[in-house]
Design a protein around this ligand. Structure first.
Ligand SMILES: Cc1cc2nc3c(=O)[nH]c(=O)nc-3n(C[C@H](O)[C@H](O)[C@H](O)COP(=O)(O)OP(=O)(O)OC[C@H]3O[C@@H](n4cnc5c(N)ncnc54)[C@H](O)[C@@H]3O)c2cc1C
Length: 243
C-alpha cells in the first residue's frame, strides 16, 4: 500500500481514448471518482479539469478522429482541436503540435492522498493494515485456500484476494497458477510548488503532465506539477499486448 503504483502514478482519471469494451467500466469509475472526496471525507485533490491528448503528426491526429465515434456512442463530450486552439486549453503550451483531442469532463487526483484516504477509510470500516510484511505464499488444505504465509507468520483465512499489482503473477505462481502479465516501465516526478499552468491534464507521445492543488481553493496561485514518461509509446504497448 505505501510504495507502489497506486501512490506513484500520473493521477489521470481518463475516459478519453479508451477501448470501447472498457467504456462502461471507466465511465462508472469516473462517476464514483466525482463523489470520492465526499465519500472518503478527504481532500484527494480531485480536479475535473479535462484531458488533452496531443498529436505531433497527422497519423496520431487521424487516430483521434477515428476514436470520436466511440465518444459519440457513449455520450462523452470530446472534440478535436487544431494547433492554434491548444493554447486556449493549456496557456503557454510549447512544442510543434498538429493538434489534439480534448475531453473536458475528464479529471485527475493526487495518487498519494487518494491511496492514504482509501487506507484510512478501510481501517475505519474494520480493516487492519500489516505494513512491511511480505506475503510469501498462499497455503492450502484439502485443496482449498487456508491462509497466507507472511514473513511474520501465517494468517489463517479461507479467502484470499490477490491485489499485488505488478507482483501478482509471482504470487500466483506459488499456487501453480499462470497469470499472464506484461511489465511496462513508467516514471513520475513531482515538482516543488510552481505557478499554476492549467487544470487540464495533458498527455503526449512519451510524456504527460498534470497540476495538483488543494481543492479547497477555486483559484490556485500555485500548484505542484506531476509529470512522467513511459518506456513504450501507447501504440507500442497496444501492439505488444496483442501479440
Ligand atoms: C508512472 C505510472 C503512471 C501511471 N499513471 C496512471 C494514470 O494516470 N491513470 C491510471 O488510471 N493509472 C495509471 N497508472 C497505473 C495505475 O497506477 C495502476 O494500474 C494501479 O495503481 C494498480 O493498482 P494495484 O493496486 O493493482 O497495484 P499497486 O498499487 O502496485 O499495489 C500492489 C501492492 O501489493 C503489494 N505487494 C506486492 N507483492 C506483495 C507480497 N508478496 N506481499 C505483500 N504485498 C505485496 C505492493 O507492495 C503494493 O503495495 C500508472 C502507473 C505508473 C507506474
Amino acid at each position: 500500500m505505501p510504495g507502489e503504483q497506486s501512490r506513484k502514478n500520473w493521477g489521470f482519471v481518463r475516459q478519453q481514448g479508451r477501448d470501447p469494451v472498457e467504456m462502461p467500466l471507466v465511465m462508472e469509475a469516473h462517476r464514483l471518482w466525482r463523489g470520492l472526496p465526499r465519500e472518503l471525507g478527504a481532500d484527494i485533490e480531485w480536479i475535473q479539469g479535462g484531458n488533452l491528448a496531443l498529436a505531433a503528426d497527422d497519423r496520431r491526429m487521424a487516430r483521434f478522429e477515428a476514436w470520436l465515434p466511440v465518444a459519440r456512442e457513449f455520450g462523452l463530450p470530446t472534440r478535436l482541436l487544431r494547433a492554434r486552439d491548444l493554447g486556449a486549453v493549456v496557456p503557454g503550451l510549447a512544442g510543434d503540435w498538429v493538434g489534439g483531442m480534448h475531453t473536458p469532463g475528464d479529471g485527475h487526483a493526487d495518487p498519494e492522498k487518494t491511496t492514504d484516504a482509501f487506507a484510512r477509510a478501510a481501517v475505519a470500516y474494520g480493516a487492519s493494515l500489516h505494513l512491511e510484511c511480505a506475503v510469501q505464499g498462499v497455503s492450502t488444505r484439502a485443496g482449498a485456500v487456508s491462509g497466507v504465509v507472511t514473513e511474520h507468520g501465517e494468517i489463517r483465512t479461507p479467502t484470499v484476494v490477490c491485489a499485488a499489482g505488478a507482483w501478482s503473477a509471482r504470487l500466483a505462481r506459488t499456487l501453480g497458477l499462470d497469470l499472464p502479465q506484461r511489465w511496462v516501465r513508467g516514471t513520475v516526478a513531482r515538482t516543488t510548488p510552481a505557478p499554476a499552468v492549467s487544470a487540464c491534464a495533458v498527455w503526449a507521445p512519451g510524456v504527460a503532465r498534470a497540476s495538483s492543488w488543494s481543492s479547497a481553493g477555486p483559484c490556485p496561485a500555485s500548484s505542484h506539477e506531476r509529470t512522467g514518461a513511459s518506456s513504450a509509446s501507447r501504440d507500442a504497448i497496444r501492439s505488444r499486448c496483442r501479440s
